[in-house]
Design a binder for this molecule. Structure first.
Ligand SMILES: [Zn+2]
Length: 246
């Protein structure tokens, strides 16, 4: 019990020190991490820690990121679904929810890596539907390298599960769910995510404000931002992995 509070606290203090998450975001992340560690065990917590550290690392790589401090909405969209899996596992004692937890975390990590390392590739990503080439880093596009990286993301979380549970089939399912989560993210991002244009500097942006001025919506729906896409992707993996595992 004490360690379940201690470990998440170390992570929270690290995030606070690095100024990576807003205060309200840290408090929620800290609480969710304690729930995951206490109810799900240290392996589940290790998967969460891996997601957290690799997200921070990939933020460093990402060159086009406009806002690197994560807020409470980003914590909700990336960790809440996973925490719900662990709570369901604890309440029902059904192992399916435990595996689903890794699937959801894998989806988040795959997407994070694909949208950071995946964009380092020299080849331009393409829009899945129009097959037109996109600018590097523009969300919604896929590249072969990005797809490969998202599979690696899924396999990292799958490997953490494998070390403890020795179940190869579940390892494959977790790896594939990571990959599919990232792919789903791209599709929803392409179709529905809000894109804005700054009326002052003419740059395309994900933000409603740019150059201290309100931007103009040029694509998608204003209520579907990147956090919403991530949340929908997590829910998609939650449902899909349940259907496969049940
Ligand atoms: Zn601007």
């Amino acid at each position: 019990m004490y360690l379940s509070i201690l470990f998440p606290s170390i992570l929270a203090l690290y995030a606070l020190y690095k100024n990576k998450i807003t205060i309200s975001g840290i408090i929620l992340a800290w609480l969710l991490a304690i729930i995951i560690c206490y109810l799900g065990g240290y392996t589940a917590f290790l998967a969460l820690t891996t997601l957290f550290l690799l997200t921070i690392l990939s933020d460093k790589i990402k060159s086009n990121s406009e806002d690197k401090t994560r807020n409470i909405m980003q914590i909700i969209s990336n960790v809440l679904t996973a925490a719900i899996c662990i709570i369901l596992y604890y309440v029902s004692n059904n192992n399916i929810f435990y595996i689903m937890y890794y699937c959801v975390i894998a989806g988040s990590l795959s997407d994070t890596l694909a949208s950071s390392i995946g964009t380092l590739s020299k080849s331009k990503p393409i829009n899945i539907f129009t097959l037109k080439k996109l600018k590097i880093g523009e969300s919604g596009g896929v590249s072969l390298f990005g797809l490969f990286i998202s599979l690696v993301g899924g396999m990292i979380i799958g490997a953490i599960y494998l070390i403890v549970e020795f179940n190869l089939i579940n390892f494959i399912i977790i790896s594939l769910m990571g990959f599919l989560g990232s792919f789903f993210d791209s599709i929803v991002g392409t179709l529905f995510e809000a894109k804005y244009k700054c009326l002052k500097c003419n740059k395309k942006t994900d933000n409603k404000i740019h150059c201290l001025k309100k931007t103009k919506l040029i694509k998608g729906y204003s209520f579907i931002d990147n956090n919403m896409v991530n949340l929908l992707s997590n829910i998609f993996i939650f449902i899909l992995s349940y259907l496969i595992l049940k």
